[in-house]
Ligand binder design. Structure first.
Ligand code: AN7
Length: 357
């Protein structure tokens, strides 16, 4: 017998040659990455398209968002440097991920979140992993400003995507998409908030092409929420607002990276309304059984509009990042579902009546 282990040991282990690590780097991993690429034909039919749509379901990472790809690297490098405290500002997912990886590394974690503006599941995660959780009376941009200032003291290690190794880790999602498809897609759609991820995907797709591991570059189509669309409007938004709390960001840190990704890929960055986001959010759950958080529905809403405007050539191969799991945000799910449970007496007849039998 010659059995070979197929165990997945995380993105640093799998893609080390593309990442800034050495044998001396203490790898802090939760076996993140290797998330499924799921074809969503029913959604394509529902929106009247004629192409392949593949969803990179990043909600199946260890803390249920794509942030784990960058956080494994950020925390490993922080540990390598001997840091004792990591800190971040977050709309929720970065804080959940930082808290988990810091716990695993035996480091203290401090997270700054905008008071009352993060989804319930994400708050539960930060608290449960034991992060010092600071609710700031202000928005994400204000919290990030404070984190930048604290970073300059040298006393704490910032693990927001202004830390360049975060972007390095996140580019592995583009590698995986190429590996899973056996090619690069024609288009890649994704939500845009602080703009680290669109920057990371563009770097990943380019590096894979340069290494001879893919055959083309996709056009990147990023979507912001209409109430928080600084990259589309061309100026920071002072008071951003959207139901998609993950991307409620008025002044993206990776502004230049996002614009370069858009322009160099012949792509676009556009905005969609909260109403369009919620429609797509519910639709993808109903048509294909894929439950994502509202931010992920921004690119799906954008794709819906692109189809309506005839901008997607027939037969295209399209991928889209579903950045976070639907269970992160139970409040919006229950509000948007449009159904409530039927409450009945505990009898067979009562249940049959509800079913209509
Ligand atoms: C589900 O957690 O910025 O454009 O502080 O959680 O790379 O910022 C989250 C962002 C998309 C946007 N989808 O990605 C944070 C944070 C989800 C997210 C984005 C976020 P970027």
């Amino acid at each position: 017998m010659n059995l070979k282990s197929t165990r997945w040991n995380g993105v640093i282990d799998h893609y080390a040659r593309f990442l800034p690590v050495t044998d001396a780097t203490p790898v802090v991993s939760l076996s993140e990455g290797n998330t499924p690429l799921i074809r969503a034909d029913n959604f394509v039919t529902a929106i009247g398209g004629n192409f392949e749509l593949w969803l990179k379901y990043e909600g199946l990472n260890p803390t249920c968002s794509f942030k784990d790809r960058g956080m494994t690297l950020a925390v490993s490098k922080a540990k390598e440097r001997g840091a004792k405290v990591v800190i971040c500002a977050s709309t929720g997912n970065t804080s959940a991920s930082a808290a988990a990886y810091a716990a695993r590394a035996g480091m203290k974690c401090v997270v700054l979140i905008p008071e009352g503006k993060i989804a319930l599941g994400k708050l539960a995660q930060a608290l449960m992993y034991g992060a010092t959780t600071v609710s700031v009376r202000g928005n994400f941009d204000a919290a990030l400003r404070i984190v930048r200032e604290l970073g300059e003291t040298g006393l704490v290690e910032v693990v927001n995507s202004i830390n360049p190794v975060r972007i390095e880790g996140q580019k592995t999602a583009a590698f995986e998409i190429c590996d899973q498809l056996g090619r690069a897609p024609d288009f890649h759609f994704l939500p845009v908030g602080n703009a680290g991820n669109i920057t990371a995907y563009w770097r990943g797709f380019r590096e894979y092409l340069a290494a001879g591991l893919s055959d083309r570059l996709p056009r990147l189509f990023g979507f912001q929420a209409a109430g928080a669309a600084p990259l589309v409007d061309g100026a920071p938004v002072l008071h951003p607002h959207t139901v998609a709390s993950a991307i409620n960001i008025g002044c993206p840190a990776s502004w230049d990276g996002a614009i370069a990704a858009r322009d160099e890929s012949n792509g676009c960055i556009d905005k969609v309304t909260d109403e369009e986001i919620l429609t797509a959010y519910r639709l993808i759950a109903r048509t294909d059984g894929i439950f994502v958080e509202p931010a992920c529905a921004a690119p799906l809403a954008g794709l819906t509009r692109c189809v309506r405007e005839g901008r997607i050539p027939a037969g295209s191969v399209i991928t889209a990042t579903m950045t976070g799991h639907g269970l992160k945000d139970p409040d919006n799910a229950i509000k948007t579902a449009g159904y409530e449970p039927f409450v009945v007496d505990a009898t067979r007849e009562a249940v049959m009546q509800v079913i209509g039998l």
